[in-house]
Design a protein around this ligand. Sequence first.
Ligand code: AMP
Length: 112
Amino acid sequence: MCIFCKIVNYEIPATIVYDNDDVIAFRDLHPKAPLHVLIIPKRHISSVNDVVEGDAAALGQLFVAARAVAEAEGVAKSGYRLVMNTGAHAGQTVDHIHLHILAGRAMTWPPG
Ligand code: AMP
């Protein structure tokens, strides 16, 4: 079982900030911004490369959660960045699809 599936099953600790039937969001262990939360579907999907039509509703929930987290954390107005890394060149290190929400400082563009 992957490390994020273990978080979904409450088998390893995480600081959970949002949780419903489809998705769970928790603080990143190594935050890259004052706010750094990961939002994941509870059902295992390795990466965007594995997404199928039937995943659409659960993946849509990632954005519903992102909006809720941004509001709850007080960054909706100041702004935030949503990132989903896919594969080696993008730097994906955990093979369970996850949406990063980063906020609390000005972001640069383009990313490195
Ligand atoms: P990515 O590089 O896009 O695959 O992002 C994976 C993220 O997961 C990194 O930012 C890690 O810091 C984070 N991470 C890895 N293990 C954990 C964990 N057990 N709890 C919280 N965040 C984690």
